[in-house]
Design a protein around this ligand. Structure first.
Ligand code: SF4
Length: 1021
């Protein structure tokens, strides 16, 4: 941190204003005073300030900022001139971010609040009463205790065979009810925002598991879960392959499903640099946005049909021999036999090769078929396909965002994108790659910490959530018995290869799950295994972490409405505005039998339904690590300690002592629940029931239990047991040290001498290669192994890492995959095209059925639902779908604005931003406007089948940015609506939650709601 001198301009201004007030009414001449102009100018009073680096709290470009702090109070936030991925600029949100601080923002929550009106609803006044944190904890814990004791009375941890296991949440016992909570699961859930630091997300996930639930989700569910699932299926890791700096090295960029210039302006700077060097930019978008305005070629298309475009380009490349033979041969499964997986020398022509099968699979996506599905004219499609696949334009990259992910077939779209880059040999090198841009500052990191329902510890499955390769009958019980055998074999000194063979695990890499469970046993003080340990086949199975996956965000609100989830903690997320079928979310939150705790910076739309609201610190008021969209982890230093800052808006001039960090809340909640007997592990119950010393089950942690190991106090403040200490704040870096030990992909974030590598700010290069491609390996730390361009074997190895991950595809034979045995079970061994849930065309539905279990057309057309749709995509589960025949004849998509961050609650509360984009608007084409009889500025009423009696009201912007498209021979109107508005905060607007219009039908694999395509009816108000 640096020291600097700053002028106290505001102080001087105030002094001048005060002097002029005193002198008003008196003539200078009467006082024989010389005019001020004749006096020497006042000498400015200067004070010493401290410059502290931090990271912009908004999007995942992760721009570094420098905070200037005077007397413990932030007085300025400026762009960091040093940061290689920022280069001294910030977008409008970053520039205005100082106004998030409570001394500048009267709308920040300052104290816990309790609802006094028991009635919940959009139009009910919660009648908040300020309370203390002690009161808040007492109310929360009392309510939790009621629910817990009721659950406990049923002895829910014992399964029918006498094993000590708590189901994580999902009802796997009944395939037809998989979307429902398991009868033995705790009826609780927690959701967090992706703004949480890695340390907060890690500890939040740990807390949920110790509480006994896998109903643990994060905002990433609805923004990039399909990216993670899709890319992991093809490459091994679910991360952006390159970095935002590397966007400048591309010779061509294909942008689909992202208005990059608007949403990630500081990253777009690097795309513009590539253009300055002669690169091309191609954009497919349902709406002509700012990115399109810089494109060399642009095409409008129907939202939700991205897979048809990508598969069409793949077909074009294969048909015209434009694929990268060498790359396909050496780095993918294309040359392997479709069944035996043997290498075939004649793979290009052999009908049994994966390549030949794939070629046949994509052959149906001719330019004409792409036009029929997407609305992109065949000639335009051909021009763009030819440009992107032209060998002279390599390496090329594909950039996408939530336009491509939020679909019922989102995972299939992303698989196709990953595979197009394989076809062209564009992966594993600078300037290439599959470059997904994340929207929230720590989407990547909170995913990596797996604040999710089926994985933990850096993409390790929870017991029983078995993947395709390790599948074994018997679910969680069998999984844990096998894990006990793994531990026993390790004890015998067997090698990993020997253990895998003995356990019947085909790929030794699949032992990574068990290796991580063991690390959790050591560092958390838990037990997973059998008792006795030397009888894994017959012993009692015990798991201190919940087994089987939990439910996902959409399902929570359905379960809340049904009264099956009774308690929910939401840290930061605003699902009332961000989740599809928002009316259903509201119904869930409004159930009087559900206790809702919300921790946030502002009284958001979601907080409106809470029983208790807690004031959270912004990310400038805490420290911790944050992983940007390019998987580089930076350390965010705390700029301001709120307990030292006086509230200028409070007449009593109190300090902001009630605003607390999310980490502090998680730490407090664990300690308080544990001390109240509301966190009891299955192993503890087992030991008590059988009269066995608990140390018998704590051998891996040297006898230490969770109370002793949950100690994140600074080392010099560790006085007495941590569990009894409610006054010392947790130190985030102490959590990082545990992450370094338990989350293997993050290994290396802490150096051997305890140094914080995430805080490194060194711009030197390792060698010519890193200099040529601007790979700053000493700026922060990237996972895995500090590899900046994933799968690039030429990138220099950073010897400070393990040196084994990130250079090859993380697959059994190191080959990226076209064929997926996992999706083959659902008939999708290769990614296909599927209509959106709300399709405007019956014929297309028949040909490409949407991935839902029920559809109004299915019965009429006499077709069976496709295999493997998400179990919650059924009418019985709560899904609602409309059709053109019912009058929903406009295809609607949504878009974001630079000035607003997602739901808008972090920007509508900032006047500089709110004034620039003050209210909801919908863009419609001139021809559509003429038919509706509206002009720009008029208001329209918009309904889908989900909000018939609760229309969204928006101002119209008549523009050529959107246009009607010919889909399967019929002209269809397309409109686009912003989604950053709602009824909370200073710029509140009624009837402005756009996501009331969009469906909650979900992606088959991840539960991502389809919030990018809806069929709606638009009428003049
Ligand atoms: S581009 Fe993203 S990280 Fe950078 S200043 Fe803007 S919002 Fe912040």
């Amino acid at each position: 941190m640096l020291s600097t001198v700053v002028s106290r301009r505001k102080f001087l201004k105030a002094t001048a204003a005060a002097s002029s007030t005193i002198l008003a009414g008196l003539s200078l001449s009467s006082l024989s005073i010389q005019p001020a102009a004749a006096l020497p100018p006042p000498k400015p009073k200067l004070v010493m300030g401290q410059k502290i680096p931090s990271v912009c709290p908004y999007c995942a470009v992760g721009c570094t900022v420098i905070g200037t702090v005077v007397d413990g109070r932030v007085v300025d936030i400026s762009p960091d001139l040093e940061a290689p991925h920022t280069e001294g600029t910030l977008c409008s949100k970053g520039q205005a971010s100082i106004l998030l601080l409570p001394q500048f923002n009267p709308y920040r929550l300052r104290t816990p609040l309790m609802r006094t009106n028991p009635k919940k609803g959009e139009n009910e006044d919660p009648m908040w009463r300020p309370i203390t944190w002690e009161e808040a904890f007492e109310i929360i814990i009392k309510k939790y205790e009621e629910i817990y004791r009721e659950w406990e009375a049923k002895k829910s941890w014992l399964d029918a065979k006498g094993n000590y296991l708590i189901p994580g949440g999902r009802n796997l016992d009944d395939p037809d009810k998989q979307y429902q909570l398991h009868p033995r699961a705790l009826p609780i859930a927690r959701i967090s925002t992706d703004y949480l630091s890695n340390e907060e997300a890690y500890l939040g996930r740990k807390l949920a598991m110790l509480m006994g639930t896998n109903n643990c989700d994060i905002e990433a569910r609805r923004c990039h879960s399909t990216t993670v699932a899709g890319l992991a299926d093809v490459y091994g890791f679910g991360a952006m392959t390159n970095s935002s700096i590397d966007l400048q090295n591309a010779k061509i960029t294909l942008n689909i499903g992202s208005n990059h210039a608007e949403q990630h302006p500081e990253a777009f700077k690097f795309t513009m640099k590539s253009i300055e060097k002669g690169a091309k930019l191609l954009v497919f978008d349902p709406r002509f946005g700012r990115t399109a305005s810089k494109a060399h070629m642009f095409a409008w298309f129907r939202p939700g049909t991205e897979a048809a475009i990508i598969l069409g380009i793949i077909n074009y490349a294969i048909k015209n021999g434009l694929y990268d033979r060498e790359f396909l041969k050496t780095r993918t499964d294309a040359p392997l036999h479709f069944e035996t997986k043997e290498f075939l020398e004649d793979w290009e022509t052999n009908p049994n090769s994966i390549f030949s099968k794939y070629k046949e699979h994509v052959s149906r996506f001719t330019p004409e078929e792409v036009e029929r599905i997407t609305g992109v004219p065949a000639y335009k499609f051909l021009q763009m396909a030819a440009e992107f696949t032209d060998p002279k334009n390599r390496p090329g990259q594909i950039v996408w965002c939530i336009g491509a992910t939020q679909h019922t077939c989102g995972t299939q779209i992303i698989r196709a994108i990953g595979q197009l880059q394989l076809i062209l040999g564009n992966v594993g090198q600078p300037g290439g790659g599959a470059n997904v841009l994340r929207g929230i500052s720590n989407v990547q990191g909170s995913n990596d910490m797996n604040h999710l329902m089926h994985i933990w510890l850096g993409y390790r499955r929870v017991p029983g959530a078995l993947g395709e390769r390790e599948r074994l009958p018997g679910g969680a019980e069998a999984d844990i018995r096998r894990y006990q055998k793994y531990k026993n074999l390790l004890k015998q000194g067997k090698s990993a290869a020997e253990i895998a063979k003995e356990l019947g695990i085909a790929w030794v890499g699949d032992l990574r799950h068990y290796a991580s469970w063991r690390e959790a046993e050591m560092h958390w003080g838990i037990f997973i295994g059998t008792y006795p340990e030397d009888d894994p086949d017959n012993g009692v199975v015990i798991s201190d972490v919940p087994v089987e996956p939990g439910l996902t965000t959409i399902e929570y609100f359905r379960e809340m409405e049904a009264g099956r989830i009774k308690f929910i903690i939401l840290q930061g997320m605003n699902p009332v505005v961000s989740v599809g079928n928002a009316s259903q979310v509201i119904r869930g939150l409004s159930n009087p039998n559900v206790f809702v705790v919300v921790m946030d910076l502002f009284l958001s739309e979601t907080a409106h339904f809470a029983d208790i609201v807690l004031p959270a610190a912004s990310k400038y008021e805490t420290s911790g690590s944050v992983t940007n969209t390019g998987h580089t982890i930076q350390w965010r230093h705390r700029l301001q300690d709120n307990s030292k800052v006086v509230d200028p808006f409070d007449p009593q001039r109190r300090r902001f002592t009630e605003i607390k960090s999310d980490l502090w809340f998680i730490d407090q909640l664990f300690k308080r629940l544990r001390k109240r007997g509301l966190i009891v592990l299955p192993s503890e119950r087992f030991a008590k029931d059988r009269g066995i010393p608990i140390s018998e089950l704590r051998k891996l942690s040297n006898g230490k239990n969770i109370d002793e190991l949950w100690d994140y106090r600074p080392p010099d403040k560790r006085v007495g047991p941590s569990i009894d200490d409610l006054t010392t704040e947790p130190e985030p870096f102490e959590v990082s040290k545990e992450i370094d030990k338990t989350v293997r992909i993050y290994r290396g974030i802490v150096g051997p001498n305890g140094e914080n590598r995430m805080a490194e700010r060194n711009k030197s290069f390792m060698d010519e290669y890193t200099q040529k491609f601007q790979i700053y390996k000493f700026w922060g730390w990237a996972w895995p192994d500090n590899q900046r361009n994933l799968y690039d074997p030429k990138e220099p190895v950073d010897k400070r890492g393990l040196g084994v991950l990130g250079r090859t595809f993380f697959k059994p034979d190191g080959r990226a995959t076209f064929f997926s045995s996992f999706y083959a079970r659902r008939g999708r061994g290769f990614p296909g095209y599927y209509e959106p849930a709300e399709s405007p065309d019956k014929e297309l539905v028949k040909q490409y059925p949407p991935l839902v279990g029920d559809h109004p057309y299915f019965k009429e057309l006499g077709i069976e639902p496709p295999k493997g749709y998400h179990p919650g995509n059924k009418f019985e589960a709560g899904m609602v779908i409309g059709t053109v025949e019912e009058g929903f004849d406009v295809i609607l998509t949504s878009f974001r604005l630079t000035e607003h961050q997602h739901t808008g609650i972090l920007t509508r509360t900032i006047p500089w931003l709110a004034e620039m984009m003050p209210e909801l608007f919908v863009e419609i084409s001139p021809s559509h406007a003429a038919r509706l009889g509206v002009k720009t500025g008029d208001k329209v009423k918009i309904v889908s089948k989900r909000n018939l009696n609760d229309p969204v009201i928006a101002k119209v912007l008549v523009t050529n940015r959107v246009r009607p498209l010919v889909i399967n021979g019929k002209l269809r109107d397309v409109a686009a609506i912003a989604w950053a508005y709602g009824f909370a905060g200073p710029h509140r607007q009624l009837n402005a939650i756009s996501n009331k219009l969009f469906p909650d039908a979900m992606d088959e694999e991840t539960g991502m709601p389809e919030t990018k395509v809806a069929l709606v009816r638009i009428e003049k108000v």
